[in-house]
Design a protein around this ligand. Structure first.
Ligand code: SF4
Ligand code: SF4
Length: 259
């Protein structure tokens, strides 16, 4: 009997905190089935055993922050048939992209006792700025069930069914009272990608945008509303300068409110 070869999965880390990779291990109830369907060939976070590429599916966590990263991501792309970026660092440059608005040398001088040893690029950028990406899964960290959907879709040879609407839509589905309208709380829900199940508004606080921009967000309009709530330009800029600060829509809007 011919044994069917399982597709090979690789999980890569660049500049990141490992939280998105852990989402895969967090799939406690489903992990055995994932391991049954895929050959987990390269996943240093989980196993010392590695199998050489090429790989059928690569999950890439983290942003590109060093010359070595920039070279390594090209190697990863060459070895991968299907490449998916996971999380805010890989899809938007992460919180470390705050340096993109200032001089990286100033940051290095403040953090490291011997800055001469640090070889960093001037910017922290998403993987898609360097190589072709087949699918981007947003979130900080990503939702493990959305990750499972991406893997399942890959195995079935179809596009992942990940909605690109806003956190507001998830609020409506959860039956939440709007914290922006009812309580005047600053909330980025109208411009933020769905995926968390409206976690923060469900606990009566505004969304701070950890899933990054939704498809075609109207951030300028939301900023107008934040102004009406009494926020100064500087504060509005800060709400966009967090985990997804370098995502195009948030970057553009934050720049409208200061350098
Ligand atoms: S609370 Fe925030 S996310 Fe929820 S509906 Fe209101 S603005 Fe949208
Ligand atoms: S900050 Fe926004 S996107 Fe992130 S968990 Fe809270 S509601 Fe969800």
């Amino acid at each position: 009997m011919q044994v069917r070869k399982k597709p090979k999965l690789a999980v890569w880390k660049f500049a990141s905190c490992d939280g998105c990779q852990l989402s895969l291990l967090d799939l406690e109830d489903e992990l055995l089935e994932v391991a049954d369907a895929l050959d987990i060939a390269y996943f240093p976070e989980a196993s010392r055993k590695t199998v050489k590429g090429p790989y059928d599916l690569s999950l890439v966590e983290g942003s590109i922050t060093t010359p070595r990263d920039a070279q390594r991501i090209r190697d990863v792309r060459r070895q991968s048939k299907f490449l998916v970026t996971i999380g805010a660092c890989a899809t938007a440059g992460g919180i470390q992209a705050l340096r993109n608005f200032r001089g990286v040398k100033d940051f290095i001088a403040q953090v490291y006792a011997h800055p001469g040893y640090i070889d960093a690029l001037a910017t922290s950028t998403p993987v898609a700025d360097h190589v072709q990406v087949d699918f981007e899964l947003q979130g900080c960290p990503i939702n493990k069930y959305q990750l499972l959907e991406v893997i399942t879709a890959f195995l079935a040879g179809r596009r992942p069914g990940i909605a690109s609407d806003s956190v507001c839509m998830e609020c409506k589905r959860a039956g939440n009272v709007c914290v922006l309208v009812a309580h005047g709380a600053p909330c980025l829900g109208p411009v933020t990608h769905a995926g968390c199940g409206a976690l923060c508004p469900s606990y009566y606080r505004g969304c701070y945008g950890c899933y990054g921009p939704k498809e075609t967000p109207n951030a300028a309009s939301l900023s107008g509303r934040l102004k009406v709530l009494g926020m100064e330009s500087r504060d509005i800029q800060r709400v966009y300068r967090t985990f997804n600060t370098y995502a195009r829509a948030f970057r553009k809007e934050s720049k409208r409110h200061g350098p």
